[in-house]
Design a protein around this ligand. Structure first.
Ligand SMILES: Cc1ncc(COP(=O)(O)O)c(C=O)c1O
Length: 478
């Protein structure tokens, strides 16, 4: 039996580290081993309990209400507030879209207004629920443009069911001017969702610590719902987010009930039906262990780390912070002397994992850092690694995409990308040999060339290429 676990550990050894604060995307690390242990054991206590049935598993209902109740206290929620624990940020965002749509069954061809920096989960909501997405470019400071957002609403106010803002946006880490948008939505009778999936557990403490945070909570008139992920800066095991609504009336369309079949009456508050109690129990146990004081302490640490990175980057030639961060996410840009994707590779070679972000519209390619509390003790090392990585990237020179590969990509039609096209590209890019029959992708250690190639491609082409890529990865083990 233990062989299986031994093998599992062996497989896991290939993954990025989830502890130690050196992985600055994908994971959020409190650095507190005891809190991690409690979360892990709580998850392990509930693997088979079924969150679909709150009456059969009242402990899960209790924990859900406790989590919502605690969080309501952080976001100036009125007494009427209600909420749900979902499986993650995407599910919370999807439900915000679905709920807005179904709150207006009288409207045909519903639409929603989104800033261009909104998380892709809302575009997925548009796709799943048939809601037209009206995407409005953000201002030069990377924040949503209130006048443009409200003008977009006014282009078809009768069909608009939702306005979305971020606190903060993932790509740039800045908070949208919620107080200049939500009241305008309210005046037009339209819901306004604040996507605080990634900032929701740090921004309330940032304010308490005396930092400058633009208003974004239920204290702002017109904010009708807020999403905030426990599995990000709630430092909980993966699999939980919160979706809070200003009133039960706002939540009502989120429920799905179905009695017109011979089985149990289906009653869902989330997209999943049968769901493990594990993640909810894990999040509850982490909240119990940390409490308000623990989160405040972790927020103090993470903001110390953010400030130290911002200050340190100012001393690194060739690198700058794209926009002063409002929260715990930092987007770093390079000047012409140095390629950002090479910096990411160089950081990985030094045991620091940061995330490349492609250029988009007028926004340059950047290096994304989601800073965790656990990163703070290693800040000096992080800054040394960043400086060395930039120096190495400058020395390496610009990453060039082979003109033949660039021409190959330019000639492809993303809507009709075939397996043969993708094979051709892999061969042209030298990612597989022409004779390889399996086309097994062995990713190169250094990704700068691949990223530069993707950066050249249009968003549609990037999507098509990455779908083809994932399709190659997800093949059965034989
Ligand atoms: C602002 C924002 N919204 C939504 C999401 C989606 O969250 P998840 O990956 O948990 O589905 C993220 C993820 O990073 C995010 O940053």
């Amino acid at each position: 039996m233990s062989d299986a676990l031994d093998r599992l550990r062996e497989l896991q050894a290939a993954d990025l580290p989830v502890h130690g604060g050196r992985t600055l995307a994908y994971v959020y690390d409190s650095g507190l081993a005891e809190v991690d242990r409690v979360g892990r054991e709580a998850v392990a206590s509930y693997p088979v309990s079924n969150g679909l049935y709150p009456t059969a598993f009242p402990s899960l209902l209790q924990m859900e209400n406790d989590l919502v109740g605690f969080y309501a206290g952080l976001v100036d929620a009125p007494d009427t507030v209600v909420g749900t624990v979902t499986s993650g940020g995407t599910e919370s965002c999807l439900l915000a879209v679905q709920g807005a749509r179904d709150s207006r069954p009288d409207v045909e061809r519903q639409r929603m207004v989104l800033p261009s920096t909104v998380h892709a989960a809302f575009l997925r909501g548009a796709h799943y629920f048939g809601v037209e997405a009206v995407v409005v470019p953000v201002r030069a400071d990377f924040r949503a443009d209130p006048a443009a957002m409200l003008a977009a609403v006014d282009a078809a106010p009768d069909r608009t069911v939702l306005v979305v803002v971020s606190a903060p946006s993932y790509a740039h880490g800045v908070v949208d001017p919620v107080a200049e948008i939500a009241p305008g939505a309210a005046a037009r009778g339209i819901r306004c969702h604040v996507d605080a999936c990634i900032g929701g557990w740090v921004l309330p403490y940032a304010l308490r610590l005396g930092r400058d945070v633009a208003p974004w909570t239920f204290a702002v008139e017109g904010v009708t719902s807020i999403s905030a992920d426990l599995h990000k800066y709630g430092y909980a095991p993966k699999g939980t987010s919160l979706l809070l609504h200003r009133t039960p009336e706002h939540r009502k369309p989120q429920y799905f009930a179905y009695a017109d079949w011979p089985g149990y009456t289906m009653l869902n508050s989330t997209m999943q039906s049968t769901k493990s109690g594990g993640p909810l129990a894990g999040a509850w146990a982490v909240l119990e262990s940390l409490g308000d004081t623990g989160y405040e302490l972790l927020s103090r640490e993470v903001f110390e780390a953010v400030d130290a990175i911002v200050a340190g980057v100012a001393d690194i030639d060739g690198l700058h912070v794209l926009v002063a961060p409002d929260s715990t996410l930092i987007a770093l840009a390079t000047d012409d002397s140095c390629d950002p994707f090479t910096v990411c590779d160089e950081m990985a070679a030094r045991g620091w994992y940061v995330q490349p972000q492609m250029s988009y519209d007028a926004h340059p390619a950047t290096i994304h850092l989601s800073v965790s509390a656990a990163t703070r003790p290693g800040i000096d090392d992080l800054l040394v690694a960043l400086r060395e990585s930039v120096e190495a990237a400058v020395a390496a020179g610009p990453v060039t995409v082979d003109p033949e590969v660039a021409a190959f990509i330019a000639a492809l039609d993303p809507a009709a990308l075939s397996d043969a096209d993708f094979d051709g590209l892999l061969i042209a890019a030298g990612l597989v040999g022409a004779g390889d029959r399996q086309r097994d992708l062995a990713l190169p250690d250094r990704m700068a060339e691949v990223n530069a190639m993707l950066d050249l491609a249009s968003p549609r082409m990037r999507e098509a290429l990455l779908v083809a890529f994932l399709d190659r990865l997800q093949r059965p083990t034989r």
